[in-house]
Ligand binder design. Structure first.
Ligand SMILES: [Zn+2]
Length: 133
């Protein structure tokens, strides 16, 4: 087993999202028909079924919807303890991510967070979040 963090490969549905991460831009999909925002990238709007969707840049700000502190890592790439969180972006979608740069005892539901970026070996970046000061 490699010690590198396991990360999904880009595919035809997620390529533009991953490409934007190389420039530290966090994209979400926006439905032109109903205004719904969604993440992860899909072929149609999960709210109304429209195919008229576009990528838009998210603010990168949100709040912790829920979280857990992991004390036993499932893979050698992760050093416990660390925080896995569901982050609700200002635009609405929820991302599964990490809270970094904070004492895990300071993480609470509803605290404000902003995106940070973790470099991946292939030039892509992974959106993680830090507490807003
Ligand atoms: Zn829609």
């Amino acid at each position: 087993m490699s010690d590198a963090r396991p990360v999904a490969a880009a595919d035809s549905q997620t390529q533009s999202w991953w490409d934007a991460t190389r420039e530290s831009r966090l994209l979400v999909q926006h439905c032109r028909a109903c205004g719904h925002h969604q993440h992860y990238p899909r072929a149609l709007c999960t709210e109304c079924g429209s195919l008229d969707i576009e990528d838009v840049e998210a603010s990168g700000r949100g709040t912790v919807y829920s979280f857990t502190v992991v004390h036993r890592a499932p893979h050698p790439a992760f050093t416990p303890p660390y925080v896995v969180a569901l982050v609700r972006l200002e635009e609405g979608p929820v991302l599964l991510s990490n809270i970094v740069g904070a004492d895990h005892g300071d993480v609470r539901c509803d605290v404000r967070v902003k995106v940070a970026w973790e470099d991946l070996p292939d030039g892509r970046k992974l959106p993680v979040f830090s507490l807003e000061s």
